[in-house]
Design a protein around this ligand. Structure first.
Ligand code: CUA
Length: 343
């Protein structure tokens, strides 16, 4: 057989795909510098469990890759075509070879399975007695966090203390979502009519980015949340504050005017402010002002963002559950002042 002369002339400069791939790899490595959705810097026992398996398998894979590449290079040079007419040794049907290259991958998979299955069992055990229970409820498109033993209900920001086990009991009211805070480990589906669980102990205080990880409709990409890991003292203070009734703004203040906008408008149809309204469908706003994020965790909780959200919430689309209520600008300003005062 005539060898193909074009193959001999191929240089890297003539393969644009190579450069694209190299540039892609180089850019992808920048993601390690500032990437909130990374599992490579775990901050909980669960996260470390997954990370250790990842690193272990990565080491094995690297060794296998090197062995295969060396064998490949040896084969390329040692068995390259010298005489176009020569027929190489035929190994088809060689039982020993077939056995070896079937058994080697099987053994590799067994080695991967041992730590993986052990970790699956370890991360599925019942929570310890002193674990803080948090019911994590997925909604289209926001997360609700209920602390049944502490009498706290909130949304978007999940507060947990560092150094204490937490049992996240995950469910959904509508479609399947998936709860995931990459640095804290886990990722469990939120399934209507069912409960999944993540038990973890966070290492250190900090704020960790979370993202719904199951396509759940038009705003799936906007369904985020923030896991705020507090010191035990800060967590106790947060719980105490969340248990207080909603603040009533002083008469005549802008917030008091906003409270009237809230109370007499359609907000009350969905939202709860304990002592003012009992909506039930939308996020509980009793301590809205104490949250770091709004709008399903996608925006920082600032007056500007809140005003934009109140004017043009995506849920105001025709046909949505949300009544199309147009507020004039003074009403928006007053409403923002009220909601931000609910600390
Ligand atoms: Cu909820 Cu995707």
């Amino acid at each position: 057989m005539e060898s193909d002369p074009t193959l001999r002339r191929v240089r890297p400069t003539r393969v644009p795909g190579l450069w694209t791939a190299a540039a892609g790899l180089a850019l992808a490595s920048c993601g390690l510098l500032d990437s909130p959705a990374t599992t490579l810097t775990p901050r909980s026992d669960f996260g470390w469990t997954s990370h250790r398996i990842f690193v272990q398998i990565l080491r094995w894979d690297t060794a296998i890759f090197l062995v295969v590449q060396v064998l490949l290079l040896v084969a390329v040079f040692r068995f390259r075509e010298r005489d176009p007419k020569a027929v190489p040794a035929q190994v088809r049907g060689n039982a020993l070879l077939e056995l070896v290259w079937t058994l080697i991958p099987a053994v590799i998979l067994i080695f991967i399975a041992f730590p993986t299955v052990a970790a699956i069992f370890r991360t599925q055990t019942a929570p310890p007695k002193d674990a803080i229970r948090v019911k994590v409820v997925g909604h289209q498109w926001w997360w609700e966090f209920q602390y049944p033993d502490l009498g706290v209900v909130t949304a978007s920001d999940l507060h947990i203390p560092a150094g204490r086990p937490v049992s996240l009991e995950i469910a959904s009211t509508d479609v399947i979502h998936s709860f995931w805070v990459p640095q804290l480990g886990g990722k469990r589906d939120a399934i209507p009519g069912s409960m999944t669980r993540i038990v973890l102990t966070a290492d250190a205080p900090g704020e960790y980015y979370g993202q719904c990880a199951e396509f759940c409709g038009a705003s799936h990409a906007n369904m985020r949340h923030l896991a705020v890991v507090d010191t035990p003292e800060a967590f106790a203070a947060w719980v105490a504050k969340q248990r207080e009734p909603a603040l009533t703004p002083p008469d005549g203040s802008p917030a008091a005017a906003g409270r009237e906008v809230y109370r007499t408008g359609t907000c009350v149809g969905c939202h709860t402010v304990r002592g003012v309204s009992a909506g039930g469908i939308g996020p509980d706003l009793t301590h809205f002002g104490s949250r770091k994020t709004i709008a399903g965790g996608i925006l920082p909780n600032t007056p500007e963002n809140l005003a934009r959200w109140v004017r043009h919430a995506p849920a105001l689309k025709p046909g949505s559950l949300m009544p199309d209520q147009k507020l004039d600008e003074p009403e928006v300003t007053a409403l923002v002042a009220y909601l931000q005062s609910l600390r």
